[in-house]
Write a protein that binds this ligand. Structure first.
Ligand code: PGA
Length: 241
């Protein structure tokens, strides 16, 4: 793992945006694996600026998001499809037909997961996978478990994830209890993984990911086995390393 330590969130965001911009400049047809959550928002804003200044061109880029809440329509303002449109896709010259998010509106979990796996396989998996990290070490919605996940799966969210995500909902009861998430396999098939973290509440998870045992109890720890993972984190998030 290569670790880039930044002074603060803004610097972390610029580094992440620059890694993604470089990928697109070198490969205009780049396939990007994207993430939701608070952490990547600054990087997305920087990418929007670069696109509006014509420094990077998304017209041939395709994207594959990590996860989606089960039971939310894409038009629901809490869905990750809505988040991605609002935070990135609506502001750049990407063809929306080339942007993919697991289908949370499909109640048939098996069919929804199979369809996403087929899509990823047909695409040949992503060139660059952007990840955030949960306070419990989750990546996507791959929560701590007894074994590492493989293909796309339907997960029960842990109480700590429901608690963390409840800040974005009117109440904790409104947070969906399940999600569809890309499995560990597709994440590990990415040519490059960029995982970003900011703030003291991520320090334990980041330390376990970088220096702890490789265990499904910390799903991000599997990235120690990925040949090209870049951790971009601010000094608070790296405080325990
Ligand atoms: P956050 O979420 O960026 O909102 O902290 C990260 C994650 O849970 O993967």
């Amino acid at each position: 793992m290569r670790v880039i330590k930044t002074a603060n969130y803004e610097e972390m965001s610029t580094h992440v945006a620059n890694l993604i911009a470089a990928e697109i400049l070198l490969n205009p047809r780049a396939k990007l694996g994207l993430a939701t959550g608070s952490t990547p928002i600054g990087a997305y804003q920087t990418l929007i600026e670069y696109n509006q200044k014509h420094l990077i061109n998304f017209s041939q880029v395709s994207t594959y998001n990590l996860d989606e809440y089960r039971g939310l329509e894409p038009t629901n303002d809490q869905s990750y499809r809505y988040f991605m449109n609002h935070q990135l896709f609506d502001h750049i010259n990407i063809d929306k037909a080339n942007t993919h998010v697991p289908d949370g509106s499909n109640p048939d979990a098996q069919a929804a997961c199979k369809a996403y796996d087929e899509l990823l396989e047909q695409a040949g998996y992503v060139d660059l996978q952007l990840l955030g990290i949960g306070r419990n070490g989750h990546i996507g919605f791959n929560e701590p478990a007894e074994s590492f996940s493989k293909g796309t799966l339907c997960v029960d969210l842990t109480p700590s994830t429901i608690e963390a995500n409840s800040r974005l909902f009117a109440s904790k009861d409104e947070v969906p209890k399940q999600a569809y998430t890309m499995g560990t396999q597709a994440i590990m098939y990415a040519k490059t993984v960029v995982i970003c973290a900011s703030g003291a509440d991520k320090a334990d998870a980041v330390a376990s990911m970088i220096a702890g045992p490789i265990t499904p109890e910390c799903p991000a720890s599997i990235l120690q086995l990925h040949p090209n993972t870049i951790v971009v984190a601010d000094k608070e998030a790296l405080a325990n390393c």
